[in-house]
Structures are given as C-alpha cells and as structure tokens.
Design a protein around this ligand. Structure first.
Ligand code: ZN
Length: 425
C-alpha cells in the first residue's frame, strides 16, 4: 500500500509504503502499488494509543451529569449495571469503537466486564485492544466472587494470548476495592501469562485517606509492600502522589495512564504530577477513561487539556510542551502496551491517521505537532490505518456498515435505560 504525496509530522512531503502491517519505506519517489491512497492536502501522523478506558460505558454517556459520585453511582450506574449483560457490553463497545475510529485511535487499554464481547467488536472493526476483566471483592455484573472473576480473566488470557490485535490483560480495579490477597492473585495470573496488569491508583484524596485508615500507609507503599509493583503494571490516574511515591513507581518501571479530563470532570482536585514523572523517568501515557466521565474519546481534546491543566496548575506555561504531550498520546502509549508503534518511521507498525488540513482552524500551517495538540479536533481525522489495514478513508468507515451498527446500538442503549429505570420504580 502506498500513501502518496502526504505531509509527515516533520512537515516534509513523502510517499509512504506499507508492507503487511509495517511501514516499509518512506521516500520521495512514487512507485506503482496495488493500493494507492491519495495523501494530497493531508497530514500523516501516528494514530493514538488510548491507554485507559471502559469502552462499553458509552451506554451511560450523558446520564447523571453534574452529580456527586455517590448519587451518580446509586441513581444511575448501579441500577443500570444490574442489567448489563454480554449483549449490552457488545453494543456499547460498538458505539465506542466507531468513535475511536473517527478519533484516530488505533488501540485501547480497556477494563470492564464480558471482555470477550469487547474483543469481538475490536476484531470486527480492526482495532487493537489490551483487554482486562475487572476484578474486585464484591459481585460484578458478570460474577459473584473475585475467584470467579479471576477464572474468567484466565479463560480470556488463554483464548487471546496469540491474537494479532487483542492482548489479554488482568485488571484488579483499585487498592480500595481489592484486598491485598485479590491484588496478588491478579498479579500471579498476569505473571503466569506474561501480560499487563491494569489498575486504578491514587485517583482521589479519599482513596489515599481510606487506604491509610485501613493499612496505615499510602496506596503506593501498600502495593510495594505486598509485592504488587512491577514493570507490567499500568496505573491509571496516579494523581495523588508524593515525590517519594513517584520515585517508587519509577524504580519498579510502573507505567502511568494519565486521564486529565476525567480527573477535572469528577473534581478529583489534584493534577497528575507530570513534571516530576518526567524528571524521575516514569513512562506517562494518555487515556480518556470511560465516556461516563469524559464524555468522549477525543484524544486531541485530551492532549490540549493535559497541557493547559499542567501549565495552569504550576503557574508555568513552559511545562507540558506540545511535543512531550504528543509523544505521551502516541509513542509512549504504544510502548506501554507493548507495540512498536507511535512514529511515522520505517520499521514501525502501520497504525496511522490522516488529517484533513483544509480547515480554517488549521491555517496557517506552521508546525504540525503544535497544531495537533492545541488546534485539532477528532473531527479533523480523515483516515485511519491500523495494523496496515485501512479502517476509514475520506471519513468513511470501510470495515462495516456504520449507520446500521449505530442505529441498532442506540436502540439497545435506550432499552437498557428503560429496563433499569423501570426496575428502580
Ligand atoms: Zn477508569
């Protein structure tokens, strides 16, 4: 496949060849090829790696806004999750995955329930996923006990360990919802299959106080003491950390998934300590979290809000520079999930997006990366290639009938809502 006469992130014009799933060469000369994509007027960038989300929670989008967490859970989420099953997870993931495509996202790290359904959706639409069954110490929509949840996670790990697009993972929910025993059982499972461990960590001040109350130490210290930390850990949020804790995360090579929009929207109060993470060498990646707390998968918006929240929080406009933030959203994410991707370079996986530059808000075209972080939006994404396969070109999804899928998915979401609200009354 040839992407002809396209603009690269370094602003040079080139012809980009893809062989199989890899960028095979980038040069100035155009040769004949069986599949040619016209790149004229378009910018070719690495696709995003969204490292923390709950894809199927699109069915909750827009419900229970502007509420305290407790009310939101009790009035909306729990009654609806009581009725969540594999079918709703599938259709929720359909809405989510179509949005990922339109937002230039090649891969997600996801944790929820009925993950085989999420895997089916990503396979259908040709996207990558590192998928983990959520594990905690109380009943989930899928299982009653953590033991059962671990069994489901193991079955998933066996089924998907050699898959081209899907990587299995284990996802103990958080230190305050899992006992140390459950956390360590999840860790053993991840080690047995050599897969990633996803966890929510130090998201709120409440969590830090709660863990201190229960165990007499802060969350990172707890995880260190029980032997949970390691380089296969991907810790979402990681907001409320001391410098010593950041050094601990760096020492164990823990990866962080930063979720600025979700943190701001849920009023977590703190801002993830990005300058210290950089200083001590923690690999920081970017995630949207689920749309119930975002409310979209727009990684451009996520990058901009990350940058401006950092600057504002530290009273310093020189931190969280555009090129650093762009790397966090692309190359760092790919690295954390174990893929050689996130750069438009020979030998890298062909996970790429095309941007239509013919828009007033993208003129004048000085610096592509600055434009990407501060001016672009998901709706500027014109094409997406994942694993060497064109998934969307000229804003048309090629891999399935988008309109039909969306109609059915929306009906299913309304059905779940009506059923759950009826249950309540
Ligand atoms: Zn989350």
């Amino acid at each position: 496949m040839l992407i002809k006469n396209v603009i690269l992130p370094n602003k040079k014009r080139a012809n980009v060849y893809i062989e199989g799933n890899v960028i095979s060469s980038i040069n100035e000369e155009a040769k004949k090829d069986d599949w040619v994509i016209d790149g004229k007027g378009k910018l070719l960038m690495p696709a995003f790696y969204n490292t923390h989300t709950h894809l199927s929670m699109t069915v909750f989008r827009g419900l229970g806004e502007d509420m305290w967490l407790k009310d939101w859970l009790e009035k909306i989420i729990w009654p609806m999750e009581k009725n969540i099953n594999g079918e709703y997870v599938y259709w929720g993931a359909i809405i989510g995955a179509l949005e990922l495509i339109h937002s230039g996202i090649a891969a997600i790290a996801d944790m929820y329930f009925y993950m085989e359904e999420v895997a089916r959706v990503l396979e259908l639409l040709g996207l990558r996923g590192v998928l983990g069954t959520t594990i905690f110490d109380f009943p989930s929509p899928e299982a009653e006990t953590p033991e059962e949840m671990l069994k489901i996670a193991e079955k998933f790990a066996k089924k998907y360990r050699d898959h081209e697009l899907i990587k299995p993972s284990v996802a103990p929910h958080a230190p305050y919802t899992c006992s140390p025993e459950t956390l360590m059982k999840a860790k053993e499972l991840a080690e047995k299959y050599n897969i990633l461990l996803q966890i929510h960590l130090a998201e709120t001040r409440w969590e830090v106080y709660e863990i201190q109350k229960r165990y007499g130490k802060r969350p990172v210290k707890l995880l260190e003491d029980i032997g949970f930390l390691g380089e296969n850990v991907l810790a979402a949020h990681s907001v409320w950390l001391t410098k010593a804790e950041i050094k601990t995360l760096a020492r164990y090579k823990v990866k962080v998934a930063h979720n600025p929009v979700s943190n701001l929207k849920l009023a977590s109060g703190g801002v993830m300590p990005f300058p210290e993470m950089l200083e001590y060498g923690v690999l920081v990646t970017l995630g949207t979290d689920g749309v119930a707390s975002n409310n979209n998968f727009d990684m451009f918006e996520e990058m901009k809000i990350m940058a401006i929240a950092q600057k504002n929080h530290r009273w310093n406009p020189t931190i969280a520079k555009a090129e650093e933030v762009f790397k966090v959203a692309t190359e760092n994410g790919a690295k954390a999930l174990g893929f050689k991707a996130g750069r438009v370079e020979e030998g890298y996986l062909a996970d790429l997006m095309l941007i239509d530059l013919d828009k007033p808000h993208l003129k004048p075209f000085y610096d592509p990366i600055t434009l990407a972080v501060y001016s672009m939006r998901a709706s500027d994404v014109d094409g997406l290639i994942v694993n060497g396969n064109p998934i969307m070109l000229n804003r048309k999804v090629l891999v399935s009938d988008e309109q039909k899928l969306l109609e059915k998915a929306e009906k299913k979401a309304f059905e779940l809502y009506e059923k759950s609200i009826k249950d309540q009354s």
